[in-house]
Ligand binder design. Structure first.
Ligand code: ASP
Length: 723
C-alpha cells in the first residue's frame, strides 16, 4: 500500500486539472480555485461578476464580507459599520443567553435603539478569511517515496505547524491548515478573528422560528430566520476583546443589498462555511448509515426530545431554559429522518454500487490501475467491518454524553480539580483559582432543571447500554438487583452536581483533601466511567485503524478521479469557506406535485393559528398584511415575498450564508434545505435538492416596518430594482 499512496499524491495535481463538472449545480468549490475550475460554468449560467470579484487577495472583494460566525454558521457584512446578518437559529443561543422572564427576547424580540444598547457576547467570535493558499507541495514535497502512514502524518503535523507560524509571523492574523480530498491536497486559511461581536437585533421567535420543528427542513417555508449582530474593533480597526472603548469595525467590503428580488432561473451563489459532507463514502457505508447509525441516533434523540418537549410545553421558564438545547437536538434529529428517507427513495446504495462496479471493471481492465487500486474497495469494506463495533460505541458515547443528560458533562468537568488536588506539586493557590473560576461559572444552572435532566437519563439509559459494558459504566455504583430506573433515581438524589446550592457550598468550603467527595459522587463516577471507557478503549481502537482508513480513503478518492474522470469531484465540506452556485428553481417533491420557487406573506397568514404556538404570529404582522404596508420591499407583483429555493449545494454551517445574485448583490440568507434535500450530505441530486433562503426584502421589511429599526436599514447600501 505504501507505494500506492505516494504514487497517488504525485499524480493528483494532474488528475485535478482535468476535472469537469457534469451536474452543473453540484459542488462546494474553494473560492481561490474557482477561476481555474468553475468560473466558466458560472458565467455560462448567468454570473455577471468575475472570479476576482468573489475572491482576490489583491483587492477588496466579496470574500471580505463573508464571516464565519462563531465557528458553526456563516454571516455577512452589510454596512461599513460592521453590521452583520445571520440566521435567527445561528444567533439563537445568544438571544437565549440574554433572555429572562422579565426580558424575554426569545419571545418578544430585541432591537437595540443605538450602539450603546447593543449586547456583548463573551466567548463569541467572528472570523474573516484573508487568504487561502495551496500548501500541498510545501507539506508533502519532502515525503520520502517509501514513507509509512505514521511518518506521513508526522510530517504533515510538523510542516503544518511551521507553515502556520510563518504565515502569521509579525501579524495579528491566525491560520489553520485543512486536508482536502482526503489528504490529497492541503490548503492554509489565514484569518482575522474578532472577539467583540454584539447582538443588535432579532425578531420574536414567532417570526424567526415561525413553523418551528414542524416546518424545519420543509418547503414551502415561511420562517423569518434572521438576526443581526455587529463586529466591534479597537481604534485601529483591529480585533480586540470586548471593551467600551471599541468601535464598530470598518470592513474591507460589505455587500450591497438588492431590492430587486428573484425570478425563476436567476443565477445564485451561496458563499459560506459548510460543515461536513460525506459525498464519497462507499455503498456499504451508506448502507451502514441507513441500517445502523441513523436508527441509533434517532432512537436516542426521540427519547430525550420526548422529555424536553413535554417539559417545555408545561412551563414557561423551562421553555426558555431548554429552547436552545431542544433546537440543537431536534434539528439533526429531523434531518436524519429525511436523509434516510431520501437515500432510500433515490436508491443511493444501488447507485453508489453501480459506480463502484464501473470503477472495478475499468480498474481490472488496466494492469497499472489494477496494481494500484484493485483492492481498495474490498479493503475499505473489511476495515469498516473491523471498526464497526467501536464506531457504534463512539456514536452512543456522543449521543449520551454530549447530547444527553447534562450532569455527565458538568460532573466530568471536575476531574481537573481532582487531579490538581491529588498532585502535591500543585500549590493551594492554583486550586483556589480553579475553584473561584468554577464558582464564577454557575450561570450554567440558569438553564438547568434537574428533574428534566433525570428524565432524559431515564429515557435514554436503556438504549445507551445496549451492546455496551454496563458493568464497567456502573462499576462500584449499582446496588444488587437495582434496575436502571432505580439507579438513575439514586444518582439524582445523591449527586451534588445536580444542584447549584450543593455544588456552591461544596466549592465555597473546598480544601484539597475534599477531592475524595467528588470521587465518590455518583454523578461524577458515572460520568468518569463512561468517558474513561471511551478514552481508554473506544478511542484507542479507532485510532489504531485511523491511519489505514486515512490512506484507503485517500487512495479511493484519487483513484475515482483518475478512473472515472467524467464525474464531478469537489472536496467534501470541512468547515472551510466555499462557493456553490445554482439557479432559483422549484422542483417536483413527489408524485403529482410541483413546488414553486417562492413563498409569500399570504402563506404566512394561511398558516397562522393563535392556538398553536408554532404558528402564533404577533398581531402586528396581520395589521401590516391587512394594510399591505410593504413599502419598497414589495415584489414587483405587489406581494411580500418571504422565502425562495434554489439548486445550490449547501450543508449545515451554510446557515446564515449570503445568497448573492449574478451582479454580486445580496438577495437572501441561506437557512435550510428542503425535506427531499436532507440526503445531499451523502448524495446530491440537482433535480430535487434545494436550499432554502429568506428573501432579503422580508428581512428589511421586518426590521423596518415590523420592528421600527429603520436606522439599521439606513446603514446598508440598498440597490433598487430600477438600477
Ligand atoms: N438548517 C440547516 C442547519 O441547521 C442548514 C442546512 O443544513 O442546510 O445547519
Amino acid at each position: 500500500m505504501k507505494n500506492q499512496i505516494v504514487g497517488t499524491i504525485m499524480c493528483f495535481s494532474l488528475i485535478f486539472s482535468t476535472i469537469h463538472p457534469l451536474s452543473a449545480t453540484e459542488g462546494m468549490w474553494i473560492p481561490s480555485m474557482i477561476k481555474k475550475m468553475v468560473a466558466g460554468d458560472m458565467n455560462a449560467m448567468g454570473m455577471k461578476i468575475s472570479a476576482d470579484d468573489l475572491y482576490s487577495i489583491n483587492q477588496s472583494c466579496i470574500k471580505d464580507a463573508v464571516v464565519h460566525f462563531n465557528g458553526g454558521c456563516t454571516s455577512v457584512l452589510v454596512s461599513d459599520k460592521g453590521l452583520l446578518l445571520t440566521n435567527h437559529h445561528c444567533g439563537y443561543s445568544r438571544i437565549q443567553a440574554h433572555s429572562s422572564l422579565e426580558n424575554n427576547y426569545l419571545k418578544d424580540g430585541f432591537w437595540a435603539s443605538g450602539l450603546d444598547k447593543e449586547l456583548s457576547n463573551p466567548g463569541m467570535n467572528a472570523s474573516i478569511i484573508k487568504e487561502i493558499r495551496d500548501v500541498t507541495d510545501a507539506i508533502l514535497g519532502e515525503l520520502p517515496e517509501n514513507a509509512t502512514e505514521a511518518e506521513r502524518a508526522a510530517l504533515v503535523k510538523i510542516k503544518s505547524a511551521e507553515l502556520v507560524e510563518s504565515a502569521i509571523d509579525g501579524t495579528h492574523y491566525q491560520a489553520y491548515i485543512r486536508p482536502f480530498y482526503f489528504g490529497n491536497q492541503y490548503l492554509i486559511f489565514i484569518t482575522e478573528v474578532f472577539e467583540d461581536v454584539r447582538l443588535v437585533g432579532a425578531p420574536p421567535s414567532s417570526i424567526g422560528k415561525y413553523g418551528y420543528d414542524t416546518d424545519n427542513w420543509v418547503w414551502p417555508r415561511h420562517t423569518g430566520d434572521f438576526s443581526v449582530f455587529r463586529i466591534y474593533a479597537n481604534k485601529d480597526n483591529k480585533p480586540a476583546e470586548y471593551s467600551e472603548e471599541n468601535v464598530p469595525f470598518k470592513p474591507a467590503y460589505h455587500l450591497p443589498v438588492s431590492l430587486e428580488g428573484v425570478d425563476e432561473n436567476d443565477f445564485t451563489i451561496v458563499y459560506g462555511f459548510p460543515g461536513r459532507t460525506d459525498n464519497y463514502i462507499t455503498s456499504n457505508e451508506v448502507n451502514d448509515v441507513l441500517t445502523k447509525t441513523n436508527p441509533m441516533r434517532l432512537q436516542m434523540r426521540e427519547a430525550s426530545l420526548g422529555v424536553i418537549d413535554a417539559a417545555m410545553r408545561k412551563d414557561e421558564l423551562t421553555k426558555i431554559q431548554y429552547a436552545a438545547k431542544q433546537s440543537r437536538i431536534s434539528n439533526a434529529y429531523k434531518k436524519w429522518i429525511g436523509q434516510s428517507k431520501g437515500l432510500i427513495r433515490h436508491e443511493a446504495v444501488s447507485k453508489k454500487d453501480s459506480i463502484e462496479r464501473v470503477f472495478q471493471e475499468r480498474v481490472n481492465a488496466k494492469p497499472e490501475w489494477s496494481d494500484a487500486y484493485g483492492g481498495v474497495l474490498l479493503d475499505i469494506s473489511a476495515l469498516d467491518t473491523k471498526t464497526q463495533h467501536h464506531s457504534m460505541s463512539r456514536n452512543f458515547f456522543i449521543e449520551f454524553f454530549y447530547m444527553g443528560p447534562e450532569v455527565l458533562r458538568f460532573a466530568g468537568g471536575f476531574s481537573e480539580l481532582v487531579e490538581l488536588s491529588k498532585n502535591k506539586e500543585v500549590a493551594d493557590e492554583e486550586i483556589d483559582k480553579w475553584v473561584a473560576n468554577k464558582l464564577s461559572k454557575m450561570g450554567y444552572f440558569k438553564n438547568y432543571d434537574a428533574q428534566v435532566d433525570e428524565d432524559i437519563m431515564k429515557a435514554q439509559i436503556n438504549y445507551f447500554i445496549e451492546g455496551q459494558p454496563l458493568a464497567i459504566f456502573t462499576k462500584d455504583m449499582r446496588k444488587k438487583n437495582e434496575d436502571l430506573a432505580g439507579f438513575t433515581d439514586r444518582l439524582y438524589a445523591e449527586s451534588m452536581f445536580v444542584s447549584e446550592v450543593s455544588i456552591r457550598s461544596f466549592l465555597e468550603g473546598y480544601s484539597r483533601n475534599k477531592y475524595k467527595k467528588i470521587e465518590k459522587d455518583m454523578g461524577y463516577m458515572f460520568s468518569k466511567n463512561i468517558s474513561s471507557h471511551y478514552m481508554d478503549v473506544t478511542r484507542p481502537a479507532l485510532m489504531e485503524f485511523a491511519p489505514t482508513q486515512d490512506s484507503l480513503m485517500r487512495v479511493w478518492m484519487a483513484a475515482q478521479m483518475e478512473v472515472i474522470p467524467e464525474k464531478t469531484y469537489y472536496p467534501d465540506a470541512n468547515g472551510t469557506l466555499r462557493i456553490t452556485f445554482g439557479k432559483v428553481e422549484g422542483y417536483p417533491p413527489f408524485d403529482a406535485a410541483e413546488y414553486a420557487h417562492f413563498t409569500t406573506l399570504e402563506g404566512v397568514m394561511e398558516k397562522e393559528d393563535p392556538t398553536n404556538p408554532e404558528y402564533n404570529l404577533p398581531p402586528k404582522m396581520r395589521e401590516l398584511y391587512n394594510a399591505k404596508d410593504y413599502g419598497q420591499y414589495a415584489h414587483e407583483t405587489g406581494e411580500m415575498r418571504v422565502c425562495f429555493i434554489a439548486s445550490n449545494h449547501t450543508s449545515g454551517g451554510n446557515s446564515g450564508s449570503p445568497v448573492i445574485n449574478a451582479k454580486g448583490e445580496l438577495i437572501g440568507l441561506n437557512f435550510d434545505r428542503t425535506w427531499e434535500s436532507t440526503m445531499s450530505d451523502i448524495m446530491f441530486n440537482s433535480s430535487i435538492c434545494r436550499n432554502i433562503s429568506i428573501d432579503i426584502r422580508y428581512v428589511l421589511f421586518i426590521m423596518d416596518k415590523f420592528a421600527g429599526a429603520d436606522h439599521l436599514v439606513k446603514e446598508m447600501d440598498l440597490v433598487s430594482a430600477a438600477k
